[in-house]
Design a protein around this ligand. Structure first.
Ligand SMILES: *Cc1c(COP(=O)(O)O)cnc(C)c1O
Length: 362
C-alpha cells in the first residue's frame, strides 16, 4: 500500500535516515557501548534545552512522564492549567494518581495567562502547577516565559511543563526559565517514532521527589537521576529509539538550532498564508497561535465558507497526505496541519498544492 505522508500533529513523518538509525545492531543497556552512546548525546541534549542538568530518557510516551511528574512532585495540591484536550486530561490524570487537584480553566483556543496562574497560586493551596506550553489539540501556545517568571514568587511550587509539541522546534531554555520539569515525547517535533520521552528536572524537583512516598519505580525521578549520572536508564530502554534520537541530534546540530527554529517559523507562516488565501480563519486567539501546527476553522463562523472537514481530509489523503480532522470537541469544525520535524518550505508546498486541489473539489 502506498504510504500516506503524515501531516497530523503527531506522530509526524519519520525519515528513511531515522529508520535506518533505528535499525542499528542491538547492544546491552548496562554495557560500555550504551554508556558511550548516552554520554555522547548528553551534551547535545543539554545544549538543546540550555541546561546544566542531566536530561533523562524515558521509554514511555509523554504521558508516562506527565503522570510521573504528578506522582513525584505533588504532595499538597496541583493546579492544572486547562485549555485543550491534553491539558484538560492532566487534571483527570492527577486525580487518578490520588492527588488533590484543581483546574485553572481557559476557553479552548485561549492561552493560560500568567495573571490567572498568579491569582490561584497566591491562595497558597498549591505545591505544583502543570502547564502545556503548546496545546496541540487547539494549536495554541501559552506565554511560557511570563508564567515561568512566577516561579520566583512561588519557589515552593513545582512548575511542571509539557513541551511535547514544541521542544526542538522553538527555543526552550530550561535553566533560564527556572522551572522544575520540562518534558516531551519524541513523535512530535523530534520526528522520531512514538515510544520515547525525554525530560529534565531542577535540583529542587529532585529534592522534593526524594521526600515523596509512593512515587513508584518505573517513573521515579530519583532513579532517573541516579542512573543518568552513570549514563544509564533505570530499566531497559528502547535502545532503537535512542539510536534514532542520537542520529536526529546530529541532524539538529548540523542544521544549527537557530536555523531549525527559523525553519519552523517559516513553514508555519506558509501554512497560515495558505489558510488566509482560502479565506479560512485560525482557531486560536490572535497572538497565541502555535508555530508547529496550525489549527484552522472550517469556516462555519460568519463570513467564512464552511467546508466538510471529513471530505477535505479524504480528498487530501487521496493525494497522499494525511491532515488531522480536529480533536475532541472541535473535531469537524477545525482541521490541523503540522509543520513539525523535518518539513521545509519545499515539502510544505507539495502539501499546499494537494490542499488547493482538494479545496477546489469541495
Ligand atoms: C501528543 C501530546 C501528548 C501525549 O503524548 P503521548 O505520546 O500520547 O503520551 C501530551 N501533550 C501534548 C501537548 C501532546 O501534543
Amino acid at each position: 500500500m502506498a504510504h500516506v505522508k503524515l501531516h497530523i500533529p503527531g506522530p509526524v513523518e519519520v525519515s528513511a535516515k531515522t529508520f535506518q538509525a533505528l535499525c542499528s545492531p542491538m547492544i546491552g543497556h548496562r554495557g560500555q557501548g550504551f554508556k558511550d552512546l548516552y554520554a555522547k548525546m548528553q551534551p547535545q541534549l543539554q545544549a538543546l534545552l540550555s541546561t546544566k542538568q542531566l536530561v533523562y530518557l524515558s521509554t514511555s510516551s509523554a504521558w508516562g512522564v506527565m503522570e510521573g511528574a504528578i506522582r513525584n512532585l505533588v504532595a499538597k495540591k496541583v493546579l492544572n492549567g486547562m485549555n485543550g484536550a491534553f491539558s484538560d486530561k492532566w487534571l483527570d490524570v492527577s486525580k487518578r494518581c490520588g492527588k488533590n487537584a484543581e483546574g485553572l480553566q481557559a476557553p479552548w483556543g485561549s492561552p493560560i495567562r500568567a495573571e490567572d496562574v498568579d491569582k490561584q497560586l497566591a491562595t497558597g493551596q498549591f505545591d505544583a502547577l502543570t502547564l502545556i506550553h503548546n496545546e496541540t489539540s487547539t494549536g495554541t501556545m501559552s506565554p511560557l516565559a511570563e508564567i515561568a517568571a512566577l516561579k520566583k514568587k512561588y519557589p515552593d511550587v513545582m512548575f511542571i511543563v509539557d513541551a511535547v509539541s514544541s521542544m526542538s522546534a522553538v527555543p526552550l531554555k530550561f535553566d533560564e526559565l527556572g522551572i522544575d520539569v520540562l518534558l516531551a515525547g519524541t513523535q512530535k517535533a523530534f520526528a522520531l517514532p512514538p515510544g520515547l520521552a525525554l525530560f529534565v528536572c531542577s535540583p529542587a524537583a529532585l529534592a522534593k521527589a526524594a521526600t515523596m512516598k509512593d512515587r513508584g519505580y518505573y517513573l521515579d525521578f530519583v532513579e532517573f537521576q541516579k542512573n543518568a549520572m552513570e549514563q544509564m536508564t533505570p530499566s531497559t530502554p528502547s535502545i532503537p529509539h535512542i539510536y534514532a534520537l542520537n542520529a536526529k541530534l546530529d541532524e539538529f546540530f548540523a542544521e544549527g538550532l537557530e536555523n531549525r527554529y527559523a525553519r519552523h517559523v517559516k513553514t508555519n507562516q506558509l501554512t497560515r498564508d495558505w489558510a488566509a488565501r482560502h479565506g479560512f480563519t485560525l482557531f486560536p486567539e490572535k497572538g497565541f497561535e502555535s508555530i508547529t501546527l496550525t489549527c484552522v476553522n472550517n469556516g462555519a463562523k460568519p463570513g467564512g465558507r464552511a467546508v466538510d472537514v471529513a471530505k477535505l481530509q479524504k480528498l487530501v489523503k487521496d493525494r497522499g497526505f494525511l491532515i488531522d480532522g480536529g480533536y475532541g470537541k472541535i473535531k469537524g469544525t477545525t482541521f490541523r496541519i503540522s509543520n513539525m520535524g523535518d518539513e521545509t518550505p519545499e515539502s510544505m508546498n507539495q502539501l499546499y498544492a494537494a490542499l488547493d486541489k482538494a479545496v477546489s473539489q469541495l
